[in-house]
Design a protein around this ligand. Structure first.
Ligand code: AR6
Length: 179
């Protein structure tokens, strides 16, 4: 685990499975239909049980670049924030949409007054966003948010494989040098 402090808030990067993590909110890498799928999405619905999908169906969908909240079923969390990152198609709007997906989760965290949130690496699996490009966007969005007044005390990035963790560590080091 690599740990940093931004404005008194802990920002940690770790390798692991997000469904095993304890946090007030766990972020899902969802699709715009909130219809479930593979990757993080599959793991969250499997581990959290059917109530999460029931809530997703009621919500009906979520635009790319934003996030929608549900309760967390059997997960060790109060909420799941279903964030919809962009599919990487090099259309030019990906960066803004990816940052928007992270920012929406941070805004929900403030609205629900939660203290801890765990993110996966949005869009870098099935959606094909190169992790070396996505990691700096993810971290910059979180760090900028934490530089403002916040109720958050801990932000965790739970990264599935060593390559993804390395990309985030590298991006964080570069960002930290500019803080
Ligand atoms: N914990 C943490 N990270 C994980 C886990 C896990 N349990 N499982 C996979 N990852 P992806 P996306 C990593 O594909 O690119 C789904 O079908 C994975 O290795 O889950 O945003 C949805 O329904 C990768 O680094 O999300 C959407 O249709 C990262 O999480 C679509 O895929 C994201 O991979 C979303 O694609």
């Amino acid at each position: 685990m690599s740990t940093y402090t931004v404005n008194g808030v802990t920002l940690a990067l770790m390798q692991g499975d997000i469904v095993r993590v304890e946090a007030d909110a766990i972020v899902n890498a969802a699709n715009a239909a909130l219809a479930g799928g593979g990757g993080v999405d599959g793991a969250i619905h499997r581990a959290g049980g059917p109530t999460i999908m029931e809530e997703c169906r009621k919500i009906g969908g979520c635009p790319t670049g934003s996030a929608a909240p549900t309760h967390a079923g059997k997960l060790k969390a109060q909420y799941v924030f279903h964030a919809v990152g962009p599919i990487y198609r090099q259309r030019g709007d990906e960066e803004q949409l990816l940052a928007g997906a992270y920012q929406s989760c941070l805004d929900l965290a403030e609205r629900y007054q939660i203290k801890s949130i765990a993110f996966p690496s949005l869009s870098t699996g099935a959606y094909g966003y190169p992790v070396t490009l996505a990691a700096p966007i993810a971290l910059r969005t979180v760090v900028r948010h934490l530089q403002q007044p916040t109720g958050l005390q801990q932000v965790l990035f739970v990264l599935f494989d060593a390559r993804t963790l390395d990309a985030y560590k590298h991006a964080m080091q570069k960002l930290h040098d500019t803080l």
